[in-house]
Design a protein around this ligand. Structure first.
Ligand SMILES: Cc1cc2nc3c(=O)[nH]c(=O)nc-3n(C[C@H](O)[C@H](O)[C@H](O)COP(=O)(O)OP(=O)(O)OC[C@H]3O[C@@H](n4cnc5c(N)ncnc54)[C@H](O)[C@@H]3O)c2cc1C
Length: 603
């Protein structure tokens, strides 16, 4: 009979992209998973991401003939701010296979590429429609939900606020969460995916502790970004790293009728990637628009607001879905001509013509003689751009540039922008295996992935590297946790096809008859430090294990696939009786049975 006890499970805390990448990968690796999220809906900041996800040597890049490599990407990431070559290597080396995994396992369109600031190749992937963070994250959430609806291998519990980690002899064996005023516990290794602390303005604020100078700024982050994973893991002795490195993004969008709103939309970095230029109050360019975020923000502090992000027609057309969206939200304005824009800025159109012509000439000179400019360029080489050159980070990549003569009649899309708190580079210190580091090395049973984890990006994250970080380290953490629980090496992990799980009938309808299959292989021993069939729930926290008596995952899949309707009925009835008996026996409301979890999954 199929296993109904959660001991061969891992716990994922947080349902953003890192969490759902981990959850889907746990399923692929033959594990059960329970995902807990404190919000009413999963998605987190991941669903807000607008530019895309980076990848080198992806199928899309190969189809478009982009000569990118893992080495070039790794160099860009290190130059962009990352300080740990071994961790950066894991990020970049997995980027190609993991972006391809998104396209293959979830049928995602990631066929468009942009070159974002700090990247020497176009490698930020997005689809033709909608925001990439939303399409990617929702596809993975829906995949998980499909498995929840069809099997007992996955549970998804929302409005479940995880407050503490449970530790036994230095091993993390579970967590405590609050839901509807009650306290519950889950047992298994924990993958923290709770996001950053970019909206942590409360009484125990990490922002106030580490970056009080930024407290006055608006933020792009959702209200869930309160650093919970960092605070919980610190409480059990995990180390943190780089918490002072909070990224201020240069292009928060100012809504003219709500200029002081604390939470702001973000102008996707891809808007600069397609050729958007930034003008100050005088109509001058003053920076390399494709420089690092900290650099562009720094140049804004030195210049005169209001700042405008301006896209000419060709640039607009290349990212039209975004422009229409921002215009509809009232954070971007469409101008029929440069003359109209100049009037709105209180400047003669000749000023905008002059600035565009100088930019155009710099692009022409770069094309003719890339290394002939007099200014140092970013990330390397020489720049012809007199507007950005004196900053020491001159522009050398140009896209959709127009001459001054075209400006007066050229349509523009323009947004007023301001620096915003955007991303936390720091977090719980992790190693290449996504293990959280404590006083004496890795803390067994505790992993972190996504923005909660620190040490991946150093003091500055490149655009598109966070969604990638979520997917790569979500998957790394899941595989490591599976290997730990199943007592196998990474190479020997089961390979469960997500599509096959999602093709199973929903739990409520009887399963169709299937042909008999070969008998499954014998059960494998587990090494999880938590038990399953102990009669005393307190043993869960003492670390007793009986995972070895569980059927293996392949056994479970085989058995579930081969149940006919009468067996399903019997199975469900026996589960119900068993649970009722367990409930009476333990009379312990804090121990969550699988069925309790499944009820919650409807939230
Ligand atoms: C506007 C915007 C645009 C962006 N654009 C891009 C982009 O184009 N490319 C890119 O690479 N990056 C981008 N980023 C950054 C990137 O989106 C995030 O850093 C990343 O998605 C974080 O993912 P995550 O899974 O770590 O956390 P999140 O997606 O924030 O998810 C965290 C989840 O954990 C839950 N949670 C938190 N605490 C608890 C708790 N105690 N108990 C239970 N659940 C909890 C939350 O409810 C939430 O659902 C952008 C960010 C923003 C804000």
């Amino acid at each position: 009979m199929a296993c109904v006890h959660p001991t061969d499970q891992a716990i994922v805390v947080g349902g953003g992209l890192a969490g759902v990448s981990a959850a889907n990968t746990l399923l692929e690796s033959g594990m059960k998973v329970v995902l807990l999220d404190k919000s009413s809906f999963c998605g987190g900041n991941s669903s807000k991401a607008t530019s895309g996800i980076n990848g080198a040597e992806t199928r899309t890049q190969k189809e478009k003939g982009v000569p990118d490599t893992v080495d070039i990407f790794t160099q860009d990431t290190l130059k962009g701010g990352a300080k740990r070559p071994a961790v950066a290597k894991v990020l970049c080396a997995n980027s190609g296979p993991d972006v391809d995994w998104l396209m293959d396992a979830f049928s995602l369109d990631l066929s468009l590429l942009a070159r974002l600031g700090g990247h020497s190749q176009p490698r930020t992937h997005r689809g033709k429609e909608r925001f990439p963070g939303m399409t990617i994250t929702y596809a993975l959430i829906q995949s998980l939900e499909a498995v929840v609806e069809r099997t007992d291998f996955a549970r998804l519990i929302t409005k479940a606020h995880v407050t503490n980690l449970i530790v036994n002899n230095g091993v993390c064996v579970g967590c405590v969460y609050q839901k509807a005023g009650q306290e519950f516990k889950e047992f298994g290794p924990v993958i923290l995916a709770t996001g950053g602390f970019g909206a942590d303005f409360g009484s125990d604020s990490l922002l106030a502790q580490y970056r009080p100078d930024l407290l006055h700024l608006p933020t792009t982050n959702g209200e869930h970004c309160t650093g919970d994973g960092i605070k919980m893991s610190e409480a059990i002795g995990a180390k943190t790293i780089d918490l002072e490195w909070v990224q201020v993004h240069p292009t928060g969008l100012v809504k003219p009728d709500e200029p002081d709103a604390k939470v702001k939309f973000l102008a996707a970095e891809a808007l600069r990637g397609v050729g958007g230029i930034i003008l100050n109050a005088n109509g001058d360019r003053f920076c390399n628009e494709l420089g690092r975020r900290d650099y562009v923000t720094g140049e804004m502090w030195k210049s005169k607001p209001p700042f405008r992000l301006c896209l000419n027609k060709k640039a607009t057309d290349e990212i039209i879905w975004h422009c229409k969206h921002y215009t509809g939200r009232g954070v971007m304005k469409s101008y029929a001509s440069g003359a109209e824009l100049a009037k709105d800025m209180g400047l003669p159109v000749s000023k905008l013509e002059e600035v565009h012509e100088a930019h155009f000439q710099a692009s022409q000179n770069t094309e003719k003689n890339p290394e002939g400019g007099k200014w140092p360029a970013y990330p390397s080489g020489k720049s012809w751009d007199d507007a950005s050159g004196p900053t020491g980070s001159g522009k050398k990549f140009y896209h959709n540039v127009i001459p001054g003569s075209q400006v007066a009649s050229e349509p523009f899309h323009v947004a007023i922008i301001t620096p915003v708190i955007h991303y936390c580079m720091g977090g719980v210190e992790v190693n290449e295996k996504s293990e959280c580091i404590g006083g004496s090395g890795a803390i067994t049973g505790l992993y972190a992935a996504g923005e909660v984890a620190g040490g991946v990006h150093g003091n500055n994250r490149l655009g598109g590297n966070s969604l990638l970080d979520c997917v790569v380290f979500g998957r790394v953490a899941a595989k490591e946790a599976a290997a730990y629980v199943l007592g196998k090496s990474l190479g020997d992990l089961p390979k469960v096809d997500l599509a096959a799980l999602k093709a199973l009938p929903p739990k409520k309808t009887p399963a169709p008859e299937t042909k008999a299959a070969a008998a499954p292989t014998a059960a494998q021993p587990g090494n999880l430090a938590t038990p399953l069939l102990s009669k005393d729930p307190k043993d869960l926290e003492k670390g007793q294990t009986s995972a070895s008596i569980l059927p293996s995952r392949s056994t479970i899949v085989w058995q579930v696939k081969n149940l006919d309707w009468s067996m399903w009925t019997l199975l469900i009835l026996s589960m119900l009786f068993g649970l009722a008996a367990l409930f009476c026996f333990f009379n312990e409301p804090n121990v969550v049975t699988p069925c309790q979890g499944l009820d919650c999954a409807k939230d």
